[in-house]
Design a protein around this ligand. Structure first.
Ligand code: BJW
Length: 245
């Protein structure tokens, strides 16, 4: 680690310590050190091996529900093996930080976060793809495959997540937008910041005058908005940024 890096961490720590209303906006890079796959990392990101529109859109699901549910089963089994890492735990220990996440896993919750806003839903349950409203918690170690809704029998069951072309859960979105508008500091962790409207929250916070601190293993679309940018692993950097010395 260079002394520049140590100085950047010290400057970001000072900003966090003087913040009165901090929030965190996270993505797949936060859970990557726990063994949960990211989407856009070259080589091992899901989207470098699969077409996102076939796996994460209503059109893809209608075309091949068996393929989509097999992909979710593989991800769920991966998540069932995962444990919260030092990054999740460092965030969870800071009860003053509202956690806005694009992640659908439950690792922040399992780390002990209670102020959690999940923008893209929750992979630990399935819901009816129709309008009957039936929701079921799934066994992540033995995840279900393609099946019809047991309540209405008319439509298939699908993960309770947000696919491309679908609206984000409205209460989560309203709370996230308000949090971004009112925060004085936003920690942006492990996201490529290319998926909208979620990524717009960084712009909202920046426009409202909040300090933006990015923790990511590479520069991202949000880099131009950063007041402090720390390039490295969330698992290593978050404890150094957040824990009292
Ligand atoms: C590390 C690390 C380590 C690795 N430490 N860092 C404006 C312009 C263009 C397009 C649009 C637009 N507005 C809307 C759109 C369309 C679309 C969109 O954004 N498309 C773009 C991608 C082109 N958006 C939508 O369709 C959204 N819906 C919508 O707009 O609805 C409109 C509507 C309104 C009213 C009625 C109806 C419709 C929905 C988006 C849904 C996204 N869904 C997914 C999959 C489902 C969830 C699931 O199964 O889990 O959500 S896609 C995928 O991307 C997933 C993620 O939550 C999301 C974000 O990805 P994330 O977290 O940033 O991961 P990566 O892999 O991209 O990045 C990881 C980063 O971490 C990398 O930088 C690594 O380097 C880094 N990293 N290890 C630190 N250890």
């Amino acid at each position: 680690m260079t002394s520049d890096h140590a100085e950047s961490i010290a400057a970001a720590r000072t900003a966090i310590q003087s913040s009165r209303n901090p929030c965190c906006f996270s993505g797949a890079g936060l859970s990557a050190p726990s063994g949960v796959g990211t989407f856009r990392d070259p080589g091992d990101g899901w989207w470098s091996r699969h077409d996102p529109m076939k796996l994460a859109s209503p059109e893809g699901f209608s075309e091949d529900p068996e393929l989509v549910m097999k992909w979710y089963a593989a991800r769920r089994e991966q998540m069932a093996q995962a444990r919260p890492n030092a990054g999740h735990l460092a965030l969870a220990n800071r009860k003053d930080i509202v956690q806005i996440t694009q992640n659908t896993d439950d690792l922040l919750e399992r780390a002990g976060c209670d102020r959690l806003v999940q923008l893209h839903g929750d992979i630990t349950s399935d819901r009816c793809h129709g309008h009957c409203g039936h929701v079921e918690r799934v066994d992540m170690s033995n995840p279900p495959l393609d099946r019809m809704c047991p309540a209405c029998g008319d439509e298939r069951m699908r993960p309770t997540v947000t696919w491309f072309g679908e609206a984000l859960p409205s209460s989560a979105w309203s709370l996230a937008e308000q949090t971004a508008r009112e925060c004085d500091l936003m920690l942006v962790v492990g996201t490529s910041a290319v998926v909208y409207p979620a990524a717009a929250l960084i712009e909202v916070a920046s426009r409202s005058g909040a300090t933006i601190i990015i923790v990511n293993s590479e520069a991202t679309a949000a880099s131009p908005l950063a007041d402090h940018e720390l390039i490295g692993s969330a698992e290593e950097l978050l404890p150094r940024l957040l824990e009292s010395s």
